[in-house]
Design a protein around this ligand. Structure first.
Ligand SMILES: [Zn+2]
Length: 446
């Protein structure tokens, strides 16, 4: 037989070790992983010249925008940023315009995305107003639900614990997960209103309003609800010492919970905000250094399950609003996450096994993305090829994302994604997009 593609001279990360091998790819799947002699004939052959091949990386927290927010980012520019950053699958957040919160809005979003995407995209839904709609959203293919605790985004009343319990029970029966943005709305709004009345409109007031306690309160409330429902809760972007401590407490009592860290909470602290100003403003915000140290320990010892970018692009104008409360929160991160992590591998803080666990294996397992997350025969041929020795500076002005700024701009990094294959097709080659829009697949939960 003649397969579609053979990749020769690869160093591939297989079953916890790096192995010299060739990979045969056919019909979008990994057909064979073996030595040169055992490779079938191929239509196309690519010599990888001993570059490292990782399982295609999965980013479980991405705001692709599009639709009415396409001026910030669209499905093409967002997935181009992903593929350039070595990411082959993203999970898209629902706080869109219109908000993804019904079978119909989800279907429309999928249809809108389908012909534009360059990587695989799965979709979160916010909760609908009626619990009866939850099953329809799952049937339509939502990968998971997302719940924002900071403000009312979807149809579920976030002030009502009984409503949350009821919704979580329904979701649990359907074996779907709930990802949460854990910051307590009541506590946050109270502080914010006080600062606004006192005419305190700077970054310092924003940081005080988004205190550690705001995060811890929401986490504890959700843990309490999780206990009553047994639903799997995934805590997005944990940012504080006591927040992580509460989650570890839940994990130790064997609750079905997982959590994630973002590059900004790991690599930046409040000191960096003095330089970047509101450009690096995120929710939750970056913290004092002792929090970042705790998060790094959590990443290293496995209490933090995954690493996600929380890619959240806005226009530069939106980022530079004069009053801090008007600044749009979030930063583009799809093109910086992997290089930052690979640099830590060079420095010896992380291993390649850690990077694969945090950015491929665990996200696939947690969000039940079948046939992805590791390199083995029969799996989808999503591959991230990296050059561990490439030293360069991050250049935000060259991002594929529409948001061409970053708090990591000009940072020196070592390790670069140089080729990205999605479902067996070469999509990114040395920073250039070499495939057509629509090459990625919509992932529907089976
Ligand atoms: Zn987010």
């Amino acid at each position: 037989m003649i397969v579609d593609l053979v990749l020769s001279n690869a160093k591939a990360y297989l079953k916890k070790e790096i192995v010299n091998c060739n990979l045969a790819i056919d019909n979008g799947k990994i057909f064979k992983i073996s030595n040169e002699a055992k490779m079938p004939k191929a239509q196309t052959k690519i010599d990888l010249k001993n570059l490292l091949v990782l399982p295609g990386l999965i980013d479980a927290h991405v705001h692709l925008r599009g639709q009415e927010k396409a001026y910030k980012e669209d499905f093409y520019s967002g997935t181009a940023a992903a593929v350039a950053g070595g990411i082959t699958t993203v999970l898209d957040m629902p706080n869109n315009d219109p908000v993804t919160m019904s079978a119909e809005t989800l279907r429309n979003r999928m249809e809108n995305a389908e012909k534009k995407i360059l990587v695989n995209v799965g979709f979160y839904s916010e909760f609908p107003r009626n619990v009866e709609e939850i099953a329809k959203i799952v049937e339509e293919g939502a990968v998971a639900f997302k719940l924002f605790m900071t403000e009312q985004v979807g149809g579920l009343n976030i002030d009502d614990d009984h409503a949350l319990v009821e919704a979580f029970k329904t979701v649990n029966q359907l074996k779907v997960s709930v990802a949460v943005h854990a910051e307590d709305k009541t506590m946050l709004k109270k502080a914010e209103d006080e600062f606004k009345r006192a005419n305190r409109n700077g970054i310092e007031a924003f940081l005080k309003a988004h205190s550690e306690n705001v995060e811890v309160k929401a986490i504890k409330r959700l843990l309490n609800i999780a206990e009553q429902t047994d639903v799997h809760i995934h805590f997005c972007h944990v940012s504080t010492e006591n927040g992580l401590k509460a989650i570890i407490g839940g994990k130790k009592s064997e609750m079905p919970i997982t959590c994630e860290a973002t590059p900004h909470h790991l690599f930046l602290s409040v000191d960096d905000l003095e330089k970047t100003g509101t450009l690096a403003l995120t929710m939750p915000p970056v913290r004092e250094k002792h929090h970042t140290e705790t998060l790094w320990n959590g990443v290293k010892n496995g209490w933090i399950d995954i690493l996600a970018s929380d890619h959240a692009p806005h226009t530069l104008q939106e980022k530079k609003a004069k009053v801090v409360w008007d600044v749009k929160v979030g930063i583009p991160n799809l093109e910086t996450t992997l290089p930052l992590m690979l640099t830590e591998v060079k420095r010896g803080r992380l291993s390649i096994a850690d990077v694969v666990r945090l950015m491929a294996e665990k996200p696939a397992e947690i969000f039940k993305l079948k046939g992805r997350g590791c390199l083995k025969e029969g799996n989808n041929a999503d591959l991230t090829v990296v050059d561990l020795n490439r030293k360069y500076k991050i250049e935000a002005s060259k991002f594929h994302s529409k948001a061409k700024y970053s708090p990591f701009d000009r940072w020196k990094v070592e390790g670069k994604p140089v080729k990205t294959f999605v479902n067996g097709q070469l999509i990114m080659d040395n920073g250039e997009i070499v495939a057509k829009a629509g090459s990625g697949k919509i992932i529907r939960r089976e």
